[in-house]
Design a protein around this ligand. Structure first.
Ligand SMILES: [Zn+2]
Length: 204
């Protein structure tokens, strides 16, 4: 009974933080979808099966047409087997970013909020989970130096945010906050490399 009370109390004290995080995510999503010319409703509800299979292939670093593994650490490249040009169009990169953002909202946020109720274990579990859910899908397409810089600056940030785990109540947002920071860092690094490469290709 005491334990249940304690859990209930920690949930209630964490509630304001969780609500703030959720509102922030909502506004951020509205902004991102506007920027990518995708309606918020379309992004929330539209799920094209065929497109999903292709996006999962890209996430696994495989060609969406023939399944061959992409060899280069770059967002834009050609398939060695069938010549498919990955991320040639704005539509494809937008679809991939939207696909990841949907995962972040529907999967990563609930998992992280849940994990944040378990101090330390939840934090460590959260880091492992995040790596596969949001880091690798972007990081695998980054050139070595960029990847190294991004992951190390992230590590330093995470360590400083991890300290908040000790403060009661604040623990509830530390995992979702780390999740957001990681997702935001690695996806912007990805987008930066992608846009530079596009400019290079246009000039050359
Ligand atoms: Zn191919």
């Amino acid at each position: 009974m005491d334990k249940l009370n304690l859990i209930l109390k920690s949930i209630i004290s964490a509630l304001p933080f969780i609500i703030i995080v959720l509102i922030f995510i909502f506004y951020r999503s509205v902004y991102l979808m506007k920027k990518r010319n995708t309606g918020l409703k379309d992004w929330l509800l539209k799920e094209n099966r065929k497109e999903m299979v292709r996006l999962f292939a890209i996430e696994g670093k495989r060609c969406p047409d023939c399944g061959t593994v992409f060899a280069e650490n770059c967002p834009i490249q050609k398939c060695r087997k069938c010549g498919y040009e990955l991320m040639k169009t704005q539509e494809e990169s937008d679809a991939y970013l939207n696909f990841m953002h949907r995962r972040y909202v529907w999967q990563v946020v609930p998992v992280c909020v849940f994990l944040s109720f378990f101090p330390i274990v939840g934090f460590i579990g959260g880091l492992v989970y995040l790596r596969y859910a949001v880091i690798v899908p972007f990081a695998q397409y980054l050139p070595f130096v960029k990847r190294f810089k991004t992951t190390w600056s992230l590590r330093l940030l995470v360590v400083s945010l991890g300290i908040f785990q000790i403060v009661p109540g604040f623990g509830a947002i530390s995992v979702p906050l780390v999740a957001y920071v990681k997702y935001w860092f690695v996806s912007s690094a990805y987008l930066e490399v992608l846009e530079n490469k596009r400019k290079e290709l246009k000039v050359g």
